[in-house]
Every structure is written in structure tokens, then in C-alpha cells.
Design a protein around this ligand. Sequence first.
Ligand code: G3H
Length: 541
Amino acid sequence: MPTDNPVISEIFSEAKQVPPEYQLEPVHQREYLLNGKMVKWEGNTTEVFSPVFVHEAGELKRKLVGTIPNASPAEALEALQAAVSAYNNGQGEWPLMKVEDRIGCMQKFVYLMIQQRDQVIKLLMWEIAKTKADATKEFDRTVDYINATIDALKDLDRQSSRFEKSEGVMAQIRRSPLGVVLSMGPFNYPLNEIFTTLIPALIMGNTILFKLPKHGVLAHYPLLNAFREAFPPGTVNTLYGKGAEIISPLMESGKVDVLAFIGSSKVANSLKKLHPKLNRLRSILSLDAKNAAVVTRHADLDIAVTECILGALTFNGQRCTALKLIFVHRDIADVFVQRLSEAVDKLKAGLPWEPGVSITPLPEADKPGYLQVCLDDAKLHGASVMNKLGGQVNNSLVFPAVVYPVNNKMKLYHEEQFGPIVPVVPFDSIDEPVDYQINASHGMQVSIFSNDPAEVARLIDAYVNLVSRVNINSQSQRGPDVFPFTGRKDSAEGTLSIFDALRTFSIRTLVATKATEENKQLFNSVLKDHDSRFLSTDYIF
Ligand code: G3H
């Protein structure tokens, strides 16, 4: 619903009113990283427009952030060939490199990455309208993730630096790379989500193809040189262009060993089916989710309201881990909805760099239209928008709507809205939210709000076999990154955490022999002369 409420209708400013430190000259990317070189791009380009509108010469229009290569399947196949050659069936420089030396390359990368911090954060603000605080957090969290990955690999390597003996057989057991990894991530965490697969895959000795996300492409541009300088040629290669066109030939080639994909289960299914050798392909997937909150009569409503708002509306609800459906006991539903609505209306809508802002424009051009369809459908089936500003729209900015009472006839009950709508479902029996989860096609997380130990215990036991993380009196979230991040059903395949990712992108491999005197002497000679990079008792400090 278009608005004349000044809180929303006046959020977009004159271009010249943007504070000087956030002014952006359009970035025209005419090169991409392939086989250790920044290759000049002379083909078609695609314009990147910001979700942020600016008034310029009497017109309100999306700010041009820059242009990017619009590459074709031919360039994608060239990138694949570079990654395949660099891996060279496990005989390439990178997969054969000692763990300690790979760690050295990664440390160089992170050092170079940090030099680009300000520019990446600025581009995240312009490209996806992430608030300055959240864009900064995304960058810093990614750096922390890389450093923690390095430490976790050191630990893993130290544990593998000794021999094991059983039934007269002695062996050294380590982890080896898998091959070529295709890494694809979503627009909501364009840097962090790709790096949480790309970095562990890389440090374990795999070679990488990484497809730039739908939005947030230019935020990667300042980092390409760091990849080029830190790693051997062909180790990291970039893929630009339309996913639907360039990814199919890569999968059909059968040369991708690991698909690391964060996005929709529909796309993941279609990509996996294209691979001709299903047993060769490993997949690590983070997919659909519609995490529920369950607010019982025994909840602390202050905590429930605060955490539900954080869970549902951080980055405008554009998080796979967001709370996308809130069940509340009917006895407290009215008071909960009233307090939730008042608190939502106090959220500050504005531009990413404004202090205290939390609601910002949406990067997907078709999202405001889709959200309106969801609201119309909910109204048709008996719900209302409960907060004064709910659903009011100014171009790409949609003020969050608290919708109540939601029921199972509505889109909002079933579809992952991935945007600023907070659907609230009243329930009478605790079996109702549990049944919702049983029948849902996904199973990532749940948030339970209650201070009754018996009730909490009962709900924990019901949910631990339906989702993969049960949050008590707190919002749903991925972090801390040392904790396992996964899901059931259509929500995920495999587990990511700093430690789990190292395992996911590698395979246990051992060198074994009968523990005879001759073999012991043979192994001792190999170890003493440091002849093998795998068979080694060197300890990384
Ligand atoms: O979009 C999915 C992200 O992994 C969510 O991460 O819970 O830390 O915001 P977060």
C-alpha cells in the first residue's frame, strides 16, 4: 500500500544529501578472476542498481552502483577447465601443498582482505541495503570465520600427525581434498555465506569455482586481487552471468566434485539432477526454512516480543534463519499482538547508513509486489494488518506488517516470505505448532518462549526430532559459527560449522601397513627425510 506517512514517504533523499563518506562513484567492473589472472572483460555488461532510490534532476530513481560482466557458458566452462587443471586429479600444486603452506596462503589472503574492509562494507550497503552495523558485522564475522578455520585446521592436523595401531596394522589417518568445488550463495549474506563454504573448501586443498550471488556482486570485486595474490593460479575462479545459463553446463560436464549451495531446495534439486555421476557428486546445501516461534502462556512477554522482532525482522526478515511464523497461545494472543505491533511501529525505517535504522529498502525488485499478494491473501482469509504502519510502501521500502490471526488457508502459513511480514497464528493446544512442524516440508529451527520447566522439556523433546536447533527464549540464528548449522527435510544437506566444514570438504584417507620391523623402518626413513607431504609427523605450532 503506497503511503503518504512522512516516516516512510520521505526516506529517500537527494543524491547530494548522502553523507560524503557513503557517496559512491559507480564501479564498472571490466575484469574477472580466472586461472590466476585478472582477465579483461570486453563482452556485454549488466547494470547493478541499488535498492536505495535517490532524487536526481527532479526524478526519483534507483542509484546506479555500477556494471558487471555478463558472461556466458563459454567463460564458465573456461573457469571449470582452470579449476580442473589446477586440481589435476589431486596432483596439482594446491592439493599437494603441505597444510602448513596452505595455511600461509590463507593468512596472506585474510591480511589482504582486511585492507578492503571499508570499500566492501560500503558496497554491501549500496547493493543490498544492509545497515552499516550489519554490513560491518558481516565483514568482520567473515574475517573471524577465516581465522577460526585456520585454527581449527591446525588442531585437526595436530591430531592427525600421529600414527594409530590396531590388530597389527599401523596407519596415519588424515583428510584429503575432494576435487573441484562449485560454491554458490544467496544475496542476503553475499560475502559471508559464500565464504563459509569457499574458505573451508579451499584450505582443505580443493580448487574453487565461485558463482557471484544475485545481488552483492560488486562487493566481491575488491577482494579478487587478494585471491589472485594469495593462491596459486587456477585455485579460485569466478563465475559471472545468469545462473540459469552458466551453471547447467558445469553440472552436466560431470567435472564438479562438490556442490556447495545456499539457496532454494527447488534450484538445488534441479542442479543435482544435471550431474551425470551422482555418486561422484557430494552436496552441502542450506535451503528453505520457515522457522516458527511458539509463545506459550508461560512466556515472559517482554523477552518474547524483543526476540521475535529480532528473529523476524533483522535485515527486513531476509535471513534463512528468520522467524517466519509466530504461534501464540490464544489466552495471551491479544496482548502479545498489541505489544508486538507497538514495538514494530517504533522500528526506524531509513537508509543503511543512518544511525539506529533497522528497516531498509529491499534488494529484490519484485519483493514488494509479492508481499502485497501475501497480505491481500491473508485479508481474504480473515486476517488483518495489526500495526499502524504495517505494509506501507515507498518503492523498494516496505514497512513490516504484523498479520493476525493467520491460519492454514493462507500463503503466509506455508510460504517462506523472506521479507518484512510477521504472521501470528493463535493456538489452543500445544499440539498445533508441533503438528505444523510435522507437516512442514522443512525443518531448520524453532524458538520456544516459556518459563515453565515441564512445558519447555516437553516441547524440547517434541522438536529435537523435527528441526536441528531448538532455541529457548531466544530468536533463531546461525551463530555462533562454531555451533553446527544444519536442517532436516528440505532445509539442508550436510552440516556447516567451522569444524564441520573442514570435514565436509575433505575425505578421510589413510596410509596403512602391517606393523613389521621392515615397514616401521621404511616409514621412519620417509618421515626422517620429509619425503612425503602426507606421511608426516610434523607438528604445526
Ligand atoms: O540466511 C541465513 C544466514 O546464515 C543466517 O545467519 O542467523 O547469523 O543471521 P544468521
